[in-house]
Ligand binder design. Structure first.
Ligand code: AMP
Length: 525
């Protein structure tokens, strides 16, 4: 088991520790453990070999936010990303890490209005996150200056290489001051990237997140593709179809753990959450209740679950993907112990298919795709359980004291009517289809759906409902065709079938010159 090194040991200031606390991160990920102290305590350049999803944005974002001064007149940090979506994602993550500092962080990508970018750049920006083509555009126009950088970050360098940006990157680096520090992140290290590193970087430290040789426990591993908003419903279905569910639901942050546990309690499950915020006595109480099966579902973060010694879980649910293959093994290793077969269930959104494939490959495990149980399957399973329970009660003669009442009811009615009424009385709620919400099948990204980018977000008071109205005011499409709505501060995303996407794009792109399109095709991640 990895040693539990906390963020405080990495040399971050109390201001940044407070931000981390508010985000609900409990412990640094492996890449963060290695990169953060290097950025803070040395002057070296860094190559970090890590995948997305390993927390690498915070690995460079946190120490940079700690070092950076907010009284500068020039761009201090340039982050280059291969795609528009990653650009937006990184800019948002950095925004969430800046706390009260007045850093201006600007995402700059192709497809977005040039005018808007020029205006923002003119006003002064501290951190620019951009895709290579558009950044180079600005450098050539002299609307962006990168000759006073403290840091240049190349994110997903191998992806930028694959997408043919190598030449652009070299041109961009030629514009930068040579005394900046360069942090290069890449999942793989093809020779072209090594070449760029030796040409443009100073003495650098090569940080790799160690891939331990991993042994997969005897666990049946399955996954479901489910959109973020349907994960909770999916969780309820899995718990309900099982006989004697006893499991841990893993999520990323303390806030998620609390939120999911509360929703489970509201829906009548015996649940509680376990995270690093609890004091020792609370922790012990929750663990005791779980071990004694007073609660049968525990919602936990990775860190909090480390000290938990339970051996007979029926399920481990990865509500959010773990940060790396190593964490996956630690999580699922909690089932299938003591010779009992357990099930490890992982939820992924369609965009996370590659990440799961990577985890499966690294851990040499077969993770089977399954379909979520349908409501009728759950009701059928519940009826079967009731049947067995009733049969057992009859055989045990434990209900003998109620025989006189039964005889009276039978004397006055038909036996099947009596039984049906009793079943209704006891199980009406449990067998009600209405207690389940519908889950629409998520389609793989490639099969007939398009992700659209909408230049309206929380700042325009957008909600999922309002986004649907916003589209349907202009285009007559069925509301249920609009799926996976994601509202961000400045913009939103939706997913629609190809045909609807075409109608929407046509309607919103009237070609009036000089006007920015409100809706565009989202770039693939
Ligand atoms: P990234 O690899 O940078 O794309 O990060 C993946 C996700 O992990 C982001 O949603 C981060 O907010 C989250 N994250 C990063 N570091 C941590 C951490 N130490 N604990 C929990 N979540 C984290």
């Amino acid at each position: 088991m990895k040693n539990l090194q906390s963020f405080a040991d990495l040399g971050l200031s109390s201001r940044i520790l407070e931000i981390i606390h508010r985000k609900g991160f409990e412990a640094p990920s492996p890449i963060q453990e290695k990169v953060i102290p290097l950025v803070l305590q040395s002057n070296m350049d860094i190559i970090g070999q890590a995948q997305t999803g390993t927390g690498k944005t915070a690995a460079f974002g946190l120490p940079i936010m700690d070092i950076l001064q907010d009284n500068s007149k020039s761009v201090n940090v340039l982050v280059l990303t291969p795609t528009r979506e990653l650009c937006i994602q990184v800019a948002e993550e950095l925004h969430s890490l800046k706390g009260k500092k007045k850093f201006k962080i600007l995402p700059v990508y192709g497809g977005q209005s040039m005018e808007l970018q020029l205006r923002h750049l003119k006003q002064g920006v501290d951190i620019v996150v951009g895709t290579p083509g558009r950044i180079l555009d600005h450098l050539n126009r002299k609307s962006l200056k990168v000759d006073r950088l403290d840091f240049c970050v190349l994110d997903e360098a191998d992806e930028m290489l694959n997408m043919g940006f190598l030449e652009d990157i070299e041109k961009i680096l030629d514009f930068t001051n040579s005394d900046k520090r360069t942090l290069l992140f890449s999942a793989t290290m093809p020779k072209e990237i090594v070449k760029v590193a030796s040409k443009y970087m100073h003495r650098y430290e090569h940080v790799r997140v160690q891939n331990e040789e991993m042994t997969v426990p005897q666990t049946d591993q399955i996954y479901f593709q489910v959109s973020e908003e349907n994960k909770f419903e999916a969780l309820c279905r899995i718990m309900d179809i099982e006989d004697g569910f006893y499991g841990i639901v893993f999520c990323r942050t303390r806030l998620d753990a609390d939120r999911i546990a509360h929703r489970l309690l509201d829906r009548g499950y015996d649940a509680d959450s376990l995270h690093g915020e609890l004091v020792q006595s609370q922790r012990e109480k929750v663990m005791g209740r779980f071990k004694n099966k007073l609660i049968n579902v525990l919602v936990a973060t990775d860190v909090a679950a480390r000290g938990l010694d339970v051996s007979d879980l029926t399920h481990v649910i990865n509500y959010a993907l773990p940060q790396d293959p190593d964490a996956y093994i630690h999580r699922i290793g909690r089932t299938g112990r003591a010779g009992k077969e357990g099930t490890a269930v992982t939820f992924i959104t369609p965009e996370e298919e590659n990440k799961l494939e990577f985890i499966g490959r690294k851990t040499k495990s077969t993770i089977r795709r399954e379909k979520l149980p349908k409501i009728r399957d759950i009701i059928r399973a519940k009826k079967k359980r009731i049947h067995t329970d009733v049969q057992e009660l009859i055989e045990s003669e434990l209900a003998h004291d109620l025989l006189p009442m039964a005889e009276k009811l039978l004397a006055e009615n038909q036996p099947e009517q009596v039984l049906a009424a009793l079943l209704k009385l006891a199980f009406a709620e449990e067998l009600d289809r209405g207690s389940y919400n519908e889950i629409r099948d998520v389609q793989p990204v490639i099969s007939g759906k398009t992700r659209l980018f909408i230049a309206r977000g929380q700042k325009d008071k957008m909600t999922p409902k309002k986004i649907i109205h916003f589209i349907r005011d202009r285009v007559k499409i069925q509301p249920d065709k609009i799926q996976d709505i994601l509202i961000q501060p400045e913009f939103s995303f939706i997913t629609v079938p190809f045909r609807e996407a075409e109608l929407i794009l046509k309607q919103f792109n009237t070609g009036k010159s000089g006007r920015k399109s409100l809706v565009e095709k989202a770039r693939p991640k």
